[in-house]
Write a protein that binds this ligand. Structure first.
Ligand SMILES: NC(=O)c1ccc[n+]([C@@H]2O[C@H](COP(=O)([O-])OP(=O)(O)OC[C@H]3O[C@@H](n4cnc5c(N)ncnc54)[C@H](OP(=O)(O)O)[C@@H]3O)[C@@H](O)[C@H]2O)c1
Length: 349
């Protein structure tokens, strides 16, 4: 038994070498935190990697990071202790972290950005114990393992908002174009398919297209064979275009996304995988009466609704690979290489 004065240690992965990209992460021992009033202590069991974590490790996203910043925003674990005044949660409850701890409900506001986890001065979740505000955790879907649930807070929630909660959300029977086979796009494909939508998917890989097919996506476009992929999308939709495009390529894809959408349709601008800073021609937006909708991950209330829907729709997150925490830099390197299909997860010992 430890004496009260003894400092309990835990493992955590931190940014040890800021700006070093896949070499930035370092496994360290540090003191276990204690929950304060209104907070919970979560014993993390798994965390997942997002594209933004690679950008943070490269020093290209969110400005300078504090010394030894704990990485990652998306974790799943069990509540280990409750701080004073916390009600409605119990020790042992299985929860996921919320990407924006201050965004509980209602519309997104700019101040939530600086509160997100694993960035700037805000420690993230790749540690054995993490303190979070009690209002910034959501009950895990009962049907998922910790490794699966750790994929929900960013990628799945972004897809959820884009498909079901955006200003121009999906209506049953509509069509959706998803781009590539990363976390956001695969969740969007699964959610849209589960709601009876037609899904058209692009990928730069024949093997990944074959995997999409096994998931039930029937309309597939190889972007290597068809660099003008929007023409294939128009052909597949009888020349009309799709109802929704979920754009994750940014500068590399937005102009074609605006050609692939139907008159009166919507392009949700979600990602910047292909860069930013591109000048966009306003003509197709006006000419095709397109709604262009930018979106940020989602609120705690949306995460709760997503978690319930995951159980009801029996959606199994697509986990590409689970790495041990000592191999965390290899997980980041795999994301950087773009060889993954779905989510990359790290198990917390
Ligand atoms: N707005 C938000 O709130 C929000 C939330 C989450 C993520 N995001 C952003 O959304 C984007 C996707 O995130 P993610 O976590 O799904 O990333 P990811 O898992 O790293 O996705 C990578 C995959 O996307 C495809 N891809 C790569 N470059 C592409 C390009 N130029 N055009 C089209 N597809 C490309 C590739 O699939 P194939 O190999 O199959 O071609 C690649 O394997 C990122 O920019 C991320 O920062 C935004």
């Amino acid at each position: 038994m430890s004496r009260a004065s003894e400092v309990l240690e835990m493992q955590a992965v931190v940014i040890g070498k800021p700006g070093a990209g896949v070499d930035a992460w370092t496994l360290v021992e540090r003191a276990r935190p204690e929950p304060g009033p209104g907070q919970v202590l979560v014993r993390m069991h798994a965390a997942s990697v997002n594209y933004r974590d690679l950008m943070i490790a490269k020093g290209l996203y969110g400005g300078p990071v504090k010394e030894q910043l704990v990485v990652l925003s998306d974790g799943a674990g069990e509540i280990a202790a409750l701080g004073d005044g916390v009600t409605g949660l119990r020790v042992g409850e299985r929860v996921t972290s919320a990407y924006y701890p201050t965004w509980h409900a209602g519309p997104y506001r700019a101040e939530h950005e600086s509160a997100s986890l694993g960035i700037g001065r805000n420690d993230g979740v790749l540690a054995q114990y993490v303190v979070l505000p009690a209002r910034a955790v959501a009950a895990m879907p009962a049907s998922l393992s910790f490794e699966q649930a750790a994929t929900l807070p960013c990628a799945a929630l972004t897809a959820w908002q884009a498909v079901f909660e955006g200003a121009s959300r999906l209506v049953a029977g509509e069509s959706v174009l998803v781009q590539g086979t990363g976390g956001v796009s695969l969740f969007a494909a699964q959610l849209a398919l589960a709601s009876g939508a037609r899904v058209i998917a692009t990928s730069s890989s024949e093997a990944k297209l074959a995997r999409l097919q096994t998931m039930g996506v029937r309309d597939l476009v190889h972007t290597g064979t068809h660099p003008e992929w929007h023409e294939q999308v128009l052909r597949m939709t009888g020349g009309e275009g799709v109802d929704h495009v979920l754009d994750v390529g940014g500068a590399a894809t937005l102009a074609r996304s605006l050609q692939a959408v139907r008159v009166g349709g919507r392009v949700a601008v979600l990602g910047l995988l292909g860069g930013m800073g591109q000048t966009i021609d306003p003509l197709p937006i006006l000419f095709r009466s397109v709604t262009v909708e930018g979106m940020h991950v989602g609120s705690v209330s949306m995460l709760e609704r997503l978690s319930r829907a995951i159980d009801r729709l029996a959606i199994q997150p697509v986990v590409d690979e689970v790495f041990e925490v000592r191999d965390a830099p290899r997980a980041l390197a795999k994301l950087a290489a773009s060889t993954h299909f779905g989510k990359i997860v790290i198990r917390v010992p």
